[in-house]
Write a protein that binds this ligand. Sequence first.
Ligand code: KIV
Ligand code: ZN
Length: 386
Amino acid sequence: MEKIMIFDTTLRDGEQAPGFSMNGEEKIQMARQLEKLQVDVIEAGYPIASEGDFEAVKQISAEIRSVTIAGLARAVPIDIDRCWQALEGAAKPRIHTFLATSDIHLKYKLGKSREEALEIAVKAVQRARSYCNDVEFSAEDAGRTDIDFLCRVFDAVIEAGATVINVPDTVGYQTPAEYGALIRTLRERVRDTDRVTISTHCHDDLGLAVANSLAGIEGGARQIECAINGIGERAGNAALEEVVMAIDTRKKYYNVTTGVQTEELFRSSQLLSKLTGKDVQVNKAIVGKNAFAHEAGIHQDGMLKAAVTYEIMVPERVGVKSMIVLGKHSGRHALVARYRELGYDLSKEDLDRAYQGFVKVADRRKVVSDDDLIAIIEKREAAANV
Ligand code: KIV
Ligand code: ZN
C-alpha cells in the first residue's frame, strides 16, 4: 500500500490565522506533539515574517530530529536565504518556496507577466536547491491558474530541481471532482512527475478542503498539507485528523496509508486548543466533544448491543474513550449499563425508581452526571436536584 505523506502546517498556515498565533515556547510544545503524532513534515513557520518566527523555526529544527522541518519563503532571494538560515540545523530540512501563478494574482497582486513569473519561480527553486536537496514549490492559487501555464510552471521548476510540487486551492474554490481531475491532469501532462511528489493544499472556504484533499489522493497526489483542527487562513486548511481518519477508516477504498500515530490525534487537538485558547466545536468530526457521544435511546441501545451499529471507527483509535451520554433522550438500557459501570446491579424495582429520578433530572439538565446517578440510587435526591 502506498504511503501518503502528511505535511502539517498548523505552525505556519494555521498559526497565521487571526487569533491562533503562538509564541516560540508554544510552537515548540506543539512541534513535540506533532513528532509524537508522527507526521512526515512539520512546516514550522515563515522565517522572514518576524524574528520570533525565525527563532521558532531554528529551535524546532534543532530539537525535532525524526521529522522533516519545512520553512516557507516567497520566491525571492532574501526570503530563501533567511529560510535556510533558520533551517540549516535541521536533520531533514525542506525549503518551501511559493509564487502565485493565476492571472488574477499576477495582474492584481504581483503586477507580473506569466513569463516573468516563470523566470522568478525557476530562479527561486535553483537558489533553494543550492542550499538544500528537499525543495517544495507551490503555485499559489493553482486552482484558478490556466492549466497550460500551470503545466509549464511545474515542468520548469521540476527541471530546476523541485522535489515536491504543491497545488494550492488557495481560495477554497474547487469542487472535489474538479480538484481530483486537476491533480490527474498534472500527473499526466507535467514531465517527470514520477520523480517528484505531487501535493495538495486545500482551503475550506466552501467546507470542501478535506473532500478536495481526498479527491487529490484519488488523482495521484501523495502528500497532503493539512492542519490540526483544520486551522488556517480564513475558514482554515484541510483538517489533519479528518484526512488521516478518512484514509484509516476507508483504507480499502483509498488503497493508501499514512504513518500517523492515530491514537495521538485527540491529544494533539486538545493541546492546540489549550495553547491557542480556542475551543473545538463540539460536533467537529474526530476530535469534537460529541464526535463519539451517543445520546439517543435507540442509538445507545444499539451501541450497547454492538458498537458497530452506530460507530464506524473505534474512539480509542483516535485516543478518545467511548462515551454514552445520559440525557433526556436516553433509555433504560443505557441507564442500567451506566449503573453497572458504576458498580450497581439494579433490581427491577430499583431501576424503576432510578429511572423516574433520572427523567426528572434529565428534564432540567442537558447531561446527567455520574454523581447525579449515584445520588438518585442512594436516595440522596436533593443532591441530584430532583
Ligand atoms: O494557500 C496557499 O496558497 C498557501 C501557500 C503559501 C502554499 O498557503
Ligand atoms: Zn494556505
